[in-house]
Structures are given as structure tokens and as C-alpha cells.
Design a protein around this ligand. Structure first.
Ligand SMILES: Nc1ncnc2c1ncn2[C@@H]1O[C@H](COP(=O)(O)OP(=O)(O)OP(=O)(O)O)[C@@H](O)[C@H]1O
Ligand SMILES: [Mg+2]
Length: 359
């Protein structure tokens, strides 16, 4: 009997139950995920004496969505710049699609597409002219260029607006056009540096729908940077980066397990007394942050009633959270990513102002 087992929306395994043989619809993708397409070994990037990237090593597998999650100035863009041959590493090695980024920059560039953190479309041109220009620079023959442009415009739902000037596009449309442009030359890896910064949640969801569709059709490897926790959740694996160093690298699920299953935050009329009581009765180590106590437990729903029953101090407030990636960052660094980020839309406004000034 033929069974269909959905592992992830993009992985459908077809299994013949009788003989136990797996006929895998998407098997190529699963197999290729064991092949490394990016390999970084002890990468260091210094600007004068300042070390922006400090001895970073990691691998990205073919077909994977790999994310760099970290606060402002963590070194995300600098690492990408080294991988895409924009910046020369101070030391260490990096290989992309088997090519050394310093020794074979041309081969690396042909293997990758990039959506830069800062807007990089020519707003005075139409959407299709931006795409054609990119295709010509990459020396793609006219027939392939036109075919790929039509496919990408269709996939990003921009066909109807292809002859409009980019300056008439919304922020989300511009970002989709940049993604389309990064794919015209059929790269193996697409770099997305903060792909949805400054966009509203609905538009961010749309962009992710397009990215998922793209991955289903092409098996592309995606390397993205973000500071949005929900965006990072879309990744197969995430490297958490802080002050130029990778401080954790795993699947989102495993990273969250590092924190513990649940987090309870508690405010009482006497936090010191409550803290001592909880430690004595439950043997749990606690953290005090500002005016609240923080506990890490595996079964929060069951623990909260017990906690209320056993604590003699009056409780003013109690909350139960499933851990997020923000909690993982907090556990690893003692700081929250969000506290350190400027408001995303404000960043976008600042960039727009810089852009207007430059012109
Ligand atoms: N060309 C440069 N010259 C000097 N310092 C630089 C240069 N480029 C980056 N830096 C510094 O390197 C550090 C890392 O910057 P980077 O742009 O990689 O951070 P990021 O993680 O991408 O941050 P963001 O989330 O704000 O985009 C920062 O302290 C930054 O000021
Ligand atoms: Mg950056």
C-alpha cells in the first residue's frame, strides 16, 4: 500500500508499506542536505584593530535554509560580505559551491544571488529593466534571460507590474523584485540579508510564502540574516551570532530546548522571600530580573498550580511562556536581541533619508 508521510510541507515521502522501501518524492533534496555547499573555517574579519567577525566556523548544506540571528553589529552582514566576495577575510577560509572565496571569486559570484540589506534597485527604471540589466551583467543569453525573468516575475507575482517604474512599488513589492533579480542567473545559493526589514507582518508573511514556493520548485539553498524571531523559525538551522562570534548553532527546536520547556515569570510582594521558598521547596535555581523572578521548568502548566499552592508570599503577577529564540539569546548572552535593535521601520526611514540625500 502506498502511504504518504508529510515530514515538512516541502518533504513528502512516499512509502511502500509492504516492502519497507522508501520512494521519496523529494529524496534528492533530503540527500543533498548532507552535502555542504558553504564551508567556513576560522573566518576572521578585522577593520583596523576592530574584529567584526572572530574565528567563525560553520557549514551550510545544500537545500537548507540557514539563518544568522543576532543583534545590531553582531557581524552578520560582514560574514555575508566575505562569503559573497565583497570583503576579503583577514584570515581563515571560506568555500562556496566548492570554490575558495578569495582564490575563485568569479566562480563564487556565478554560484550565488544576493538580496542586500540596503535597497539596491534602480527606482528610475521599470521592474523588467532592472531584471534585464542584471541578466546582461551576468552575461546570460537573451533567450534564457527572457525565460528566467518571466518565471521569476510570475513566481513573485509581479508580472502585471513589470513595466511600471520601481519607484511606484510598495516596500514588499520592491523586496520581491530584489529576490527575483537575485535568481535570474540560476544561482545555487541565495543570500538574503534582512529580507523583510521594515515590512509589516502581513507583507513579511507574503514574502515567506514566495520564498517557500521558490524552495519547493528549485531546491535552492538560502542563507539569511535576521533579527526577527518568527523569521528565524523558518530556518532549518540557525547560528546565533553575537559580537562577531557564533554562540550557538542548531535547529530552532533544539535551540529552544536549551532554555527549558517553559519559562515562568513571577512578581510577588516579597521577591527575596518567594525566591528562597521556591528554591527550598522545588530545588529550582532562579534568576531575578528587575522586579521579577524567572524560573525554567519543563512542565509549566502543571508547575504553576503547585507553585501558587506552595508559596506563602502573595503573588501579584504570574505568566507562563513557551521559550522563543529571544529567550535562547537571553540565556546565552544575558541580553535580549529586541532591546538592542532600533525599531525596524525607523531603520528603514533612516535608510530612505540617506538614500534621498545621496541622490
Ligand atoms: N567597512 C567597515 N568599516 C569599519 N567597521 C565596520 C565596517 N563594516 C562593518 N563594520 C563594523 O563591524 C561590526 C559588524 O557590522 P555588521 O554590519 O556585520 O553587523 P550586522 O550584524 O549585520 O548588524 P545589523 O543587524 O545592524 O545589520 C559593526 O560594529 C560595524 O560597525
Ligand atoms: Mg547587517
Amino acid at each position: 500500500m502506498l502511504l504518504k508521510v508529510a515530514i515538512k510541507p516541502t518533504y513528502i515521502i512516499e512509502r511502500f508499506d509492504s516492502c519497507g522501501i522508501y520512494l521519496v518524492g523529494d529524496i534528492l533534496r533530503l540527500i543533498s542536505m548532507s552535502n555542504s555547499i558553504i564551508r567556513v573555517e576560522n573566518l576572521v574579519k578585522k577593520f583596523n584593530s576592530f574584529e567584526a567577525v572572530s574565528d567563525v566556523s560553520f557549514e551550510v548544506f545544500e537545500g537548507e535554509t540557514f539563518g544568522f540571528l543576532g543583534p545590531n553589529g553582531a557581524g552578520k552582514t560582514t560574514t555575508i560580505n566575505a562569503l559573497v566576495t565583497i570583503a576579503k577575510p583577514t584570515s581563515g577560509k571560506a568555500y562556496l559551491n566548492g570554490f575558495n572565496v578569495v582564490e575563485n571569486p568569479g566562480d563564487v559570484r556565478r554560484s550565488i544571488g544576493i538580496v542586500f540589506q540596503d535597497p539596491s534597485l534602480d527606482e528610475r527604471l521599470t521592474a523588467i529593466d532592472n531584471l534585464q540589466f542584471h541578466g546582461i551583467i551576468y552575461n546570460i543569453d537573451k533567450q534564457t534571460r527572457n525565460k528566467n525573468i518571466a518565471t521569476m516575475l510570475d513566481m513573485m507575482k509581479l508580472t502585471e507590474r513589470q513595466n511600471d517604474l520601481v519607484r511606484t512599488f510598495s516596500g514588499g513589492m520592491k523586496r520581491r523584485l530584489e529576490i527575483a533579480r537575485g535568481l535570474i542567473h540560476e544561482p545555487k545559493v541565495l543570500f538574503l540579508d534582512e529580507p523583510t526589514i521594515g515590512l509589516d507582518p502581513q507583507t513579511r508573511n507574503y514574502i515567506w510564502t514566495y520564498i517557500d514556493r521558490l524552495k519547493e520548485r528549485t531546491g535552492l539553498t538560502i542563507f539569511l540574516t535576521t533579527h526577527y524571531m518568527d523569521e528565524a523559525e523558518n530556518c532549518d538551522r540557525i547560528a546565533i551570532i553575537d559580537e562577531g562570534k557564533i554562540i550557538a548553532l542548531d535547529t530552532p527546536e533544539n535551540l529552544k530546548k536549551m532554555v527549558g520547556e517553559n519559562i515562568i515569570t513571577l512578581k510577588t510582594e516579597d521577591n527575596d522571600k518567594a525566591k528562597k521558598e521556591i528554591q527550598d521547596k522545588f530545588g529550582i535555581s532562579l534568576k531575578q530580573r528587575a522586579d521579577a523572578i524567572r524560573l525554567e521548568v519543563s512542565d509549566g502548566e502543571k508547575f504553576v498550580p503547585k507553585l501558587i499552592k506552595e508559596t506563602t508570599v502573595n503573588i501579584d503577577y504570574i505568566s507562563l511562556w513557551k521559550p522563543t529564540l529571544d529567550d535562547v539569546f537571553l540565556k546565552l548572552t544575558g541580553r535580549a536581541i529586541r532591546e538592542e535593535k532600533a525599531d525596524a521601520s525607523e531603520q528603514m526611514r533612516q535608510r530612505s533619508r540617506m538614500w534621498i540625500k545621496r541622490r
